[in-house]
Design a protein around this ligand. Structure first.
Ligand SMILES: C[S@@+](CC[C@H](N)C(=O)[O-])C[C@H]1O[C@@H](n2cnc3c(N)ncnc32)[C@H](O)[C@@H]1O
Length: 266
């Protein structure tokens, strides 16, 4: 199994405002150091993901069993749990799982790797937002993870899986702002695509209000619509649509993300 994620820092980490360890030797991102900071900076209290899941489930199908792959801080699952669903989230980073468990008491959170996890049960809806699958770089890791997802599907289960869109990586965000009580910073990202491996490297430079600086980086696997459809079909899913937006509106797929909607056919 290959290292799944190359999220690193070129310099010594800036002292965090709260104790938080480097999550693993192969995952590092300035914003992962403090899950709360990640949550504040990224997509705010965005209910469009909740609406997307509701649309996928059909409005009358609560309570459903929902599994979130790469759940991060657990906020999406907390909204779904408040909707009456039975929610479970897995994430590779124990710090994310600790934060999610402490912050959102409803769902069950488990530290696990999507390539190998086995929860011993099945779900009606599996979601994976924020590109967790793009953190897997090799074909065998991607195929292995999709098999694990399929193994956790009840008959007729639905899937919403978000990856980076290979057609539109250059529309990914380049400017970042952190403006919280504890941290103020601006970040600038540069991207470099290796077309043969479909791996996109983002190098990001942070400048903090106190004048200090830090670099981090991430390498993300790009996916194309027909490729994603083929991978999901091989894993036993029937893809019902591929979108570049969380409202699942048909489009020309020029947005930075690809969201595959599928049902489990076997
Ligand atoms: C950009 S975050 C998205 C978090 C959350 N889904 C959201 O939308 O805010 C990607 C998450 O995928 C997780 N991840 C990366 N590789 C993983 C793996 N192999 N297994 C499980 N989670 C993984 C990371 O730890 C991280 O929390």
């Amino acid at each position: 199994m290959e290292n799944n994620t190359m999220i690193g820092t070129d310099r010594q980490p800036r002292p965090a405002t709260k104790a938080a360890a480097r999550p693993s030797a192969t995952i590092w991102n300035y914003l992962y150091r403090e899950p709360q900071l990640y949550e504040e900076v990224f997509h705010g209290p965005d209910r469009s993901y909740l609406d997307c899941c509701r649309q996928m489930l059909g409005l009358g199908r609560a309570p459903a069993r929902i599994l979130d792959i790469g759940c991060g801080t657990g906020r999406d699952l907390a909204m779904l749990a408040a909707d009456g669903h039975q929610c479970t989230g897995i994430d590779l980073q124990p710090a994310m799982i600790d934060y999610a468990s402490a912050t959102y008491p409803g769902p069950t959170f488990v530290a696990a790797d999507m390539r190998t996890f086995d929860l011993g049960t099945t779900f009606d809806l599996i979601i994976s937002f924020g590109f967790p699958l793009s953190n897997l770089h090799s074909h065998s890791d991607i195929v292995g993870a999709l098999k694990r997802l399929a193994a956790h599907c009840a008959p007729g289960a639905r899937l919403l899986l978000e990856t980076v869109n290979g057609y539109a990586w250059d529309t990914l965000r380049r400017h970042f702002t952190i403006d919280t009580a504890g941290v103020q910073a601006t970040g600038h990202a540069d991207y470099d695509l290796d077309r043969s491996s479909q791996l996109l490297t983002r190098r990001r430079h942070w400048t903090f209000a106190d004048g200090s600086e830090e670099d981090d980086y991430v390498r993300l696997r790009q996916f194309f619509p027909a490729e994603l459809t083929a991978l999901l079909t091989d894993a036993g899913f029937t893809v019902t649509g591929v979108y570049d937006n969380v409202t699942l509106r048909p489009s020309d797929l020029t947005g930075p993300e690809l969201i595959a909607a599928a049902t489990f056919a076997r």
